[in-house]
Design a protein around this ligand. Structure first.
Ligand SMILES: Nc1ncnc2c1ncn2[C@@H]1O[C@H](COP(=O)(O)OP(=O)(O)OP(=O)(O)O)[C@@H](O)[C@H]1O
Ligand SMILES: [Mg+2]
Length: 395
């Protein structure tokens, strides 16, 4: 078995992290304008499992020397984990992460000022969430919430001002940003408010990213010309590995995996150059055996459930109706009206479900027809049907 990294690693050390030179150069150049008080706001996109999170963690390591880099992952917030999403909960997390990282860097975190602010606004304090005795206010009214929002979103500027001699600026990375969609009315209640604060901060750079499909409405809501940032966001896209990069990657990191030319072509096709799949599938291939096309397909089909565990989890979370839609589309792309006819439902009833499947990156709409874009899921469903004569609605 090869030593390729596990596919659930969120952070890779330098020896495991491969390539991405161009993205790293690009990102660090853009981010460096923060030092000249032109802090950029960036949206990092890329299909699922392509390596956005590990790239962001590399960026943190690289920029850490000159900047205060705060890495947030909204899916790690208590409010999300406990299935109790609220703006207030997200702010608690935001605030905690800022203070935690600043303290780790031994920066002045304005503790006495914060205490004074909280006291003078008559906030009651809760201590369940507190990290190293950071007071966190209890929010009971809309007025308090607005003050808390202002306080939290302005805190990075304040910390920068106080620590100018030690850092060139602040970089805030927010991964799994799409989680804000679980806040009711997130556009008005969160996104616009957030924008109001962050666009006026010349020394604080922001990178937003997450597990979004490229057709997710959130992307245009953030970065589109009519989006919240009105075109003021820089979008950087992370691509899958090219065939050449994949070949070099395997030669360097897993020389024990051997292919004929056809075998390699098939390996690339099966993984679509997505690093997570390259790593999982690579780890499952036998060492020291030359694999031709058939060998690759056999190994792939036999190991498919292991390669796509996260897609199968995603499948499991779909409703029966959503599963029906995917199954109906396995054969060929269909127009919405055709799909509705085949399923025996009204076309109007499909809107929300189709949108949800698109947002999850499982299907897409190409020239007016819906098709399955999660090809590995498609392959698995077909194989399961061949094996059991029934689609795996429940597993
Ligand atoms: N540059 C790289 N070098 C080696 N392996 C990589 C690289 N980028 C990604 N990987 C592999 O892919 C896996 C998934 O990467 P990551 O979690 O960063 O993807 P993601 O784009 O954030 O996915 P999601 O959209 O699901 O959040 C990593 O755990 C690692 O195994
Ligand atoms: Mg990620």
């Amino acid at each position: 078995m090869s030593n390729l990294p596990w596919a659930d690693s969120k952070k890779l050390d330098e020896k495991d992290f491969y390539n991405r030179e161009q993205e790293i150069n690009n990102l660090s150049n853009i981010l460096d304008s923060t030092g000249e008080s032109h802090a950029p706001k960036i949206l990092l996109t890329g299909i699922r499992r392509v390596g956005k999170t590990v790239l962001l963690n590399r960026i943190k390591d690289i920029m850490d020397e000159d900047y205060l880099v705060i890495n947030m992952d909204f899916s790690m917030s208590q409010t999300y984990q406990k299935n109790n999403m609220s703006i207030e909960g997200l702010l608690d997390y935001y605030y905690n992460q800022i203070i935690k990282e600043s303290k780790r860097r031994k920066l002045n975190t304005l503790d006495s000022k914060i205490n004074k602010f909280l006291k003078s606004n008559n906030f009651k304090l809760k201590d369940v969430l507190s990290f190293e005795h950071i007071p966190i206010p209890v929010i009971t009214s809309k007025r308090d919430l607005n003050k808390y929002i202002e306080f939290v979103f302005n805190l990075p500027e304040k910390i920068y001002e106080k620590n100018k001699d030690k850092i060139k600026g602040v970089i805030i990375i927010i991964d799994e940003f799409q989680i804000i969609k679980e806040i009711g009315n997130y556009l008005e209640s969160f996104l616009w408010v957030f924008r109001g604060y962050i666009t006026g901060q010349p020394n604080i750079a922001y990178i937003l990213s997450g597990s979004m499909s490229l057709q997710d409405n959130l992307i245009s809501e953030i970065a589109g010309l009519n989006g919240v940032f009105g075109g003021g966001m820089i979008t950087i896209h992370v691509n899958p590995f090219t065939k050449e990069t994949t070949r070099k990657y395997l030669e360097e990191k897993a020389p024990e995996i051997m292919f004929t030319d056809d075998g390699f072509e098939r390996f690339y096709k099966c993984t679509s150059g997505i690093p997570a799949y390259i790593n999982i599938f690579g780890r499952l291939l036998p060492s020291g055996v030359v694999l031709d096309e058939r060998g690759v397909v056999e190994n792939f089909d036999n190991n498919l459930p292991m390669i796509i565990t996260h897609l199968i989890n995603q499948w499991n979370r779909l409703t029966i109706k959503e599963k029906d839609i995917i199954i109906e589309l396995l054969d060929k792309p269909l127009k919405r009206i055709e799909l509705a006819d085949n399923l025996g439902v009204k076309s109007g009833s499909l809107g929300g479900k189709l949108n949800n499947l698109i947002n999850q990156g499982l299907i897409s709409n190409v020239n007016g027809k819906y098709e399955v874009t999660a090809l590995l899921l498609k392959r698995w469903l077909i194989l399961e049907y061949e094996k059991n004569n029934i689609y795996p609605y429940k597993i």
